[in-house]
Design a protein around this ligand. Structure first.
Ligand SMILES: [Zn+2]
Length: 613
């Protein structure tokens, strides 16, 4: 990772002559997986990457259809704000979260902006405030339209969308081992080459300051996309231009140990738990979350891990987290007697601890998480009551008499009467729950499995204190702690493209636009009347894990205001570091903490820190 020093910054600032005209070219290549971009012969894209801030680890969100993908890229906000969940565009809210051309025009009505998109709905549904729009029928026509726009000296910004890579993916499959898919990537690169040549051939090109941003709306898996898999959510983002430092942003993970010692051992024959209380009967629209740690070396058939239903049919009312008949992965099923939803989780038969979680928004999205990552999701719901008239079985289904036993260990079992949100889940993956957790009052069941009891496990949630009855013990054993991988740094996301283009165009991102993205690259002082501002890129914590004393480094300057949050979300400390002090000493209990530093532009950067005692 290239660190931008202040010396480099100074040099860059001097190189940019005052008053160069800011321009942008945004190229969207539909359905292009980052691994295929790296595998294919793409000289034009490679040349742009060589002079860019870029990432092959970038992400978009579920659902990974084109409608929500392009909406997120072009409005700078995620689906809950722009409202688009699929290609029907039903529920879109472009009035409050418009295409970024509208934001640019709000700042400078004289800008000339054009949109050339092979996929019609981008222009028909999302686009606004354009001076020119075209929906070409092929990549060749898109190239011609783009070149013709680039000959216009008044042009300030152009978006070009190329569709053939996605078309090839749907027809032949997405992946590095699909020759037809790679050929489509190479064909798209030829068109990018011609479009870039046209940009560079502009008579006034040397007096213009271009940002070439290139990305995609989603990846793909097998012959499609729309799901929550990493292959579908992983995208690339390239910000190429002299304003942007040459830097590859890779996801950096650190391995942290979760606090744990004893666990419920269910390896013996017919060991299971029973939890019986009406609070766990979820009615028609009641949201819920179930999460636990699990470790197993395998099983027979498809035993329930936790369930309040008769698991002999997925249509039966109630929920189940179960091991799958593939003998490797887990699944979630929810039924109301007539309808069912089914989602597949990841591999868990590897003898390692995993944190698995189901967050079920009954009139929204159901997410499956594993080890801090979304592994599956659906917007389908079952509308009826899921009350089953059975207790909850742990290592069993609701009948407590399902033919197949779960073999393995379970720890830190929790049930909530809300669908936990993404930020909360991501920030508490490796942590136990304390009263300072944001949703502590919505915790309706919590069994830590820390007692050496042979008959039951005490409930320690604040609301019900329902004990788990255990059958056929002994039940609790000492186990190795769970090792969690924690993302250490900020990774570009699809919603970062709008704020980055706006900033490049010397348009300050207004608070009332309510954008979700992060600004990448350096905000240069080349904008007329703009005081020198430096975008904070990142900071690092060393050592991590630490005993509480650590240093921060990175592209930060001046006094720094910092805040420390417990993994539960509660702020435990705040302070200010002087210009020349970059060491913090925290006298806090062992655990996972988030260090948040306020950037100079009001943006917050955060990193996770593990304190070990
Ligand atoms: Zn698409």
């Amino acid at each position: 990772m290239v660190r931008v020093t202040f010396a480099t910054l100074f040099t860059l600032l001097c190189l940019v002559s005052f008053g160069q005209e800011r321009k942008f070219l945004l190229i969207g290549i539909d359905g292009l997986r980052p691994d295929a971009l790296q595998a294919a012969e793409t000289p034009a894209l490679d040349a742009l990457i060589a002079n860019s801030t870029y990432s092959f680890d970038a992400l978009t969100q579920f659902p990974t259809y084109s409608g929500p993908g392009w909406s997120s890229m072009l409005t700078g906000v995620w689906s809950p704000k722009h409202g688009v969940m699929d290609n029907s565009f039903v529920g879109s809210n472009y009035a409050d979260y418009p295409h970024f051309f509208s934001l640019l025009k709000e700042a400078d009505p004289s800008l000339y902006l054009a949109s050339v998109t092979q996929w019609g709905p981008i222009n028909q549904q999302i686009l606004s405030a354009e001076d020119y729009a075209a929906i070409p029928g092929s990549m060749e026509e898109a190239e011609q339209e783009a070149i013709s726009q680039l000959t216009n000296p008044e042009l300030d910004g152009l978006m070009v969308h190329l569709d053939d890579v996605d078309i090839a993916g749907h027809e032949f499959g997405y992946g590095v081992d699909i020759p037809e898919y790679l050929l489509a990537v190479e064909a798209a690169d030829d068109h990018v080459s011609e479009i870039i040549s046209a940009m560079q051939a502009r008579p006034d090109f040397t007096n213009e300051e271009w940002l070439v941003a290139i990305s995609t709306d989603h990846g793909g898996l097998d012959f499609g996309h729309g799901g929550a898999s990493y292959e579908e959510r992983n995208i690339f983002i390239i910000f190429s231009g002299d304003n942007f430092p040459d830097e590859m942003i890779s996801a950096e993970y650190s391995m942290l140990e979760a606090e744990t010692s004893l666990a419920l051992n269910m390896n013996q024959t017919n060991v299971y738990g029973e939890i019986d209380h009406p609070v766990y009967e979820f009615d028609e629209n009641e949201d819920f979350t179930v999460d636990l740690r699990i470790k197993t070396n395998g099983w027979s058939d498809d035993p329930a891990i936790i369930s309040d239903k008769n698991w002999w049919s997925g249509y039966n009312p109630g929920f189940v987290l179960a091991c799958q008949t593939d003998q490797q992965t887990w699944k979630f099923n929810l039924g109301d007697g007539e309808e069912r939803i089914d989602l597949d989780g990841g591999v868990i038969n590897d003898g390692e601890w995993h944190h698995i979680l189901v967050s079920c928004d009954r009139d929204g999205t159901t997410f499956l998480w594993q080890d801090g990552e979304v592994v599956a999701a659906t917007v389908e719901t079952v509308s009826g009551s899921i009350v089953s008239d059975f207790p909850i079985g742990v290592g069993q289904d609701g009948t407590l008499s399902y033919d197949f036993d779960f073999d393995g260990w379970i720890d830190e079992l929790r049930i909530w009467n809300v669908a936990l949100d993404e930020e909360t889940i991501a920030s508490t993956t490796c942590a136990a729950i304390s009263p300072s957790h944001v949703y502590y009052n919505d915790l309706i069941g919590y069994w830590k499995m820390e007692e050496m009891s042979d008959t039951g496990i005490d409930g320690i949630d604040p609301n019900n204190l329902v004990d788990m009855i255990l059958y056929n013990g002994p039940y609790v054993s000492q186990e190795d702690p769970m090792i969690c991988s924690i993302l250490e740094n900020e990774i570009p996301e699809i919603v970062d493209i709008v704020p980055t283009i706006l900033t490049h165009m010397c348009v300050e991102v207004a608070d009332e636009w309510d954008l979700d993205g992060h600004i990448w690259g350096i905000d240069l002082s080349g904008c007329a009347n703009e005081v020198e501002t430096v975008e904070l890129l990142s900071f690092q914590i060393q050592p991590n894990p630490s005993n509480g004393r650590f240093s921060i480094s990175g592209t930060l300057s001046g006094d720094l205001d910092y805040e420390v949050y417990h993994a539960s979300g509660k702020k435990v400390l705040q302070g200010r570091l002087g210009d020349d002090v970059r060491t913090i000493e925290l006298n806090l209990a062992a655990g996972v903490y988030t260090i948040r530093i306020a950037g100079q532009n009001g943006e917050n950067l955060s990193r996770q820190l593990l304190i070990q005692r």
